[in-house]
Design a protein around this ligand. Structure first.
Ligand SMILES: Nc1ncnc2c1ncn2[C@@H]1O[C@H](COP(=O)(O)OP(=O)(O)OP(=O)(O)O)[C@@H](O)[C@H]1O
Ligand SMILES: [Mg+2]
Length: 251
């Protein structure tokens, strides 16, 4: 099985952007094939990666609900899953993307969630790396969508509240025993050096700081122009900082 990296953190701290930067670095260094997982029901990892999404697990789930009554006895739910797994994948250069999405109707995401987990299990052996973007907050932990990962990277903005949320996410991941090999904190959107008071806060909360990513004007431009991480200049600071972070992880 490939190396699995999951990102977590509060809203808007840079999870999806960092996911994209990790994926670009892995591909450009020819480290191996990548399965990108978008576990945010409000999918947008595809935009950061510059590709269109074929279908989402949520859409396949809706399709199943509509067609199930017409399927003859021979086709069971599990077979349906297997039959549709390739339809759910979107292809990029050097990576595939699987997006969870959400169903149309009311109700909870449980089924789409379970289907997503099943697809991940089926697919993950085919890739060198699995990089998972998550929705803000902790629900992906309590649902165990994020489980059995080599690296759980919790992202925070440079604020005490961000670090507090990060420590709560770390605590919950331990409490729920999601089976994360190593858990790190990554400070993103930092202006200049990290404030010494924040560094102290990080230490006091027992978080292990993996590194920092500065506020990068190239990311700002990418966002405004609706471009992807593959469009930012090769010498962008954020790209280089993520490369160093991957080195720290021995990737
Ligand atoms: N290193 C960076 N430098 C400058 N801007 C950044 C950086 N990282 C992220 N951003 C910007 O911050 C905003 C939020 O980023 P992003 O969507 O990656 O966060 P997120 O944690 O995935 O958000 P959500 O919780 O909504 O999923 C975007 O406008 C993005 O362009
Ligand atoms: Mg996001």
């Amino acid at each position: 099985m490939g190396i699995k990296i999951a990102l977590a953190g509060k809203g808007g701290v840079g999870k999806t952007t960092t996911c994209g930067l990790i994926i670009r670095n892995i591909i450009e260094a020819n480290k191996g094939t990548v399965l990108a997982l978008d576990a945010d029901p409000n999918s947008n990892l595809n935009e950061i990666l510059g590709i269109k999404v074929n279908s989402t697990i949520g859409a396949i789930r809706e399709d199943f609900k509509k067609n199930a009554p017409r399927m003859t006895g021979g086709v069971y739910k599990d077979q349906f899953v297997e039959m549709n797994v390739h339809q759910a994948l979107s292809e990029g250069k050097g990576f595939d993307l699987l997006a969870m999405g959400r169903g149309d109707g009311p109700g909870c995401y449980c089924y789409a969630n379970n289907l997503f987990k099943k697809y991940i299990e089926m697919l993950q052996g085919n890739y060198g790396f699995i990089v998972m973007d998550n929705e803000a907050g902790m629900e992906h932990l309590s649902r165990k969508t994020t489980s059995d990962v080599d690296f759980l990277i919790i992202i925070s903005d440079p604020s005490p509240r961000g670090i507090l949320t990060a420590s709560r996410i770390r605590d919950l991941s331990v409490e729920l025993d999601i089976n994360a090999g190593e858990t790190f904190l990554l400070m993103s959107r930092v202006e200049g050096k990290l404030d010494a008071r924040l560094e102290r806060d990080i230490k006091e909360r027992g978080l292990e700081l993996l590194g920092i990513i500065n506020n990068d004007p190239d990311i700002f431009d990418m966002d405004l122009e609706g471009k992807s991480v593959f469009d930012i200049p090769g010498d962008s600071s954020s790209l280089a900082q993520v490369r160093n972070i991957l080195k720290e992880l021995k990737i």
